[in-house]
Design a protein around this ligand. Structure first.
Ligand code: 8DM
Length: 474
């Protein structure tokens, strides 16, 4: 029997337990640093599997690490389990049907992300055991990917200092090695303080903190034409100053999310946004203070690991979706526009096909897609240690990210099949690296060449802390 067969069987055997874990986490969608029940599910599974468990990684109550093995290289497999606000949705239906409750939903598929990564780590554990191999496999349960930069705080606290390589994945419409392109970003809250006054009888005595935000937004809107074209700036009002139009708003808060190709471009933009905020405060005779909520680096690729993971994809073939899987995916596609589907192909750099609801091929390594204009805190792990990510098909082609359609497809057989499939790819990649130290040496050399040997620098200001217990709308 080939060893890669053994590792894949170790993954397959666990499908029922890990599909159930994913479904339970789907059913308790928790946000940014509030994933207490979800991490408890992951801890219970780590205990059942016999991992040595470290809780509260980096002082974060919803972060966990499980380790198995002795000596040898350290392979980290990264999982996530946070959900998104406003995306509550019934499972298995092809229409928008929110569930009564808190409104949260697994609109980025992190229920699958965490379960597949833990599944892969568990299979590698048993492989190490049965083959009596030196080496350590770790599962990192990472919270708050959606806006909390938890992995950045974990890296900064030293949680990856002795890791040799890191492996992760993300649910997607296509299967293949993830193109290692994402935007660096930071979230900064700007709080303005003015002076309240009767808006009709003494408006001249008031100084509007709401005007300050509006002028800041206008300033940033004018700046947009004069920034790198792939940079992004978004904002959300956290506090517009109250509901009374006849009171001059004295306190307001706006959250800015600023993104750029790399940290240098990001830092330049952040300085300009800060100047605009100061300008708005000057114009309105208000004061402004700021708090950095999160910051993440762009992704750094690693050619040897990408090749290794791609070889695993090729050996395994595409996920074995059934006719029933395709039928439901086709129902989901009826809720999408042709433009959604075409743009999904374009983003992958793959020639569009019609009448194909689910991925049935492996995206070629190096296919030139549009690049990811989103961000991920895996970026910070990737600057610290050689890192590779898969994308694993779990939903219909064209499904937009962060949508009710992702949530609706989060518990399907297709989702479970995609989860098991990508767990095999990750476990196979880990086992190949464990059995062949040369691969790890090559991955490290590639990493050194890309970073120029410069030690990792956190984009987080030294006084920034994980935004624990903070609701996203605070
Ligand atoms: N493979 C993926 C990784 C991240 C995301 C994503 O949507 N991330 C969020 C949060 C990123 C952050 O702020 O760190 C975003 O870009 O807005 C999507 C696909």
């Amino acid at each position: 029997m080939r060893n890669d067969d053994e590792i894949w069987r170790l993954v397959d055997d666990r499908r029922p337990e890990y599909a159930a874990l994913s479904d339970r986490v789907w059913g308790m969608p928790e946000l940014c640093y509030n994933e207490h029940r979800s991490v408890a599910e992951h801890i219970a599974m780590l205990e059942a599997e016999g991992f040595a468990i470290t809780k509260d990684v980096a002082g974060i109550p919803t972060a966990v690490m499980g380790e198995f093995g002795e000596g040898g290289p350290v392979i980290a497999i990264l999982g996530e389990y946070d959900a998104l606000p406003g995306l509550s949705q019934e499972a298995g239906v092809a229409e928008h049907r929110p569930i009564p409750g808190d409104g949260n939903g697994h609109g980025c598929g992190h229920n699958l992300l965490g379960s597949a990564s833990l599944l892969a780590a568990a299979a590698v554990k048993d492989f190490l055991k049965s083959n009596n191999l030196p080496g350590r496999v770790r599962y990192y349960g990472c919270p708050a990917e959606e806006g909390g930069a938890a992995k950045g705080f974990m890296v900064r606290a030293g949680a990856f200092d002795d890791v040799d390589i890191a492996i992760s994945w993300h649910p997607a419409a296509f299967s293949g090695v993830n193109e290692p392109i994402s935007l660096a970003n930071t979230r900064i809250d700007f709080s303005f303080i003015g002076r309240a006054a009767h808006a009709a009888s003494s408006p001249h005595l008031g100084r509007s903190a709401l005007d300050a935000i509006e002028l800041m937004n206008v300033g940033v809107n004018y700046m947009r034409e004069h920034m790198p074209s792939d940079a992004r700036i978004h904002y959300a009002y956290l506090d517009a100053g109250g509901i009374a139009p006849n009171v001059v708003q004295s306190r307001t808060k706006v959250r800015y999310l600023i993104r750029a190709r790399n940290l240098d471009e990001l830092n330049t933009l952040v300085k300009r946004v800060r100047k605009i905020a100061d300008g708005a405060a000057l114009m309105t005779e208000t004061t402004v203070s700021t708090q950095v909520i999160s910051a993440v680096s762009n992704l750094l690729g690693n050619s040897p690991l990408e090749q290794l993971m791609h070889d695993n994809f090729e050996r395994l073939g595409p996920p074995p979706f059934t006719e029933a899987d395709k039928e439901f995916a086709a129902e989901i596609q009826k809720t999408l526009r042709d433009e959604d589907i075409l743009s999904a192909y374009r983003r992958q750099g793959v020639v569009p096909e019609t009448g194909k609801p689910l991925c049935d091929a492996i995206v070629p390594l190096g296919a030139k897609g549009a690049g990811m204009n989103g961000s991920t805190d895996v970026g910070d792990v990737s600057w610290k240690v050689p890192t590779v990510q898969a994308r694993g098909a779990t939903y219909a082609i064209g499904t937009p990210g962060h949508s009710w359609q992702v949530v609706a497809q989060g518990k399907t057989d297709a989702a479970h099949t995609g989860m098991v499939h990508v767990a095999k790819v990750m476990a196979g990649t880990a086992v190949d690296a464990l059995r062949n130290p040369d691969i790890i040496a090559k991955a490290k050399a590639d990493h050194r060449a890309r970073t120029g040997g410069k030690p990792y620098q956190s984009p987080l200001p030294p006084d920034a802390k994980p935004a624990l217990g903070m609701s996203l709308a605070e």
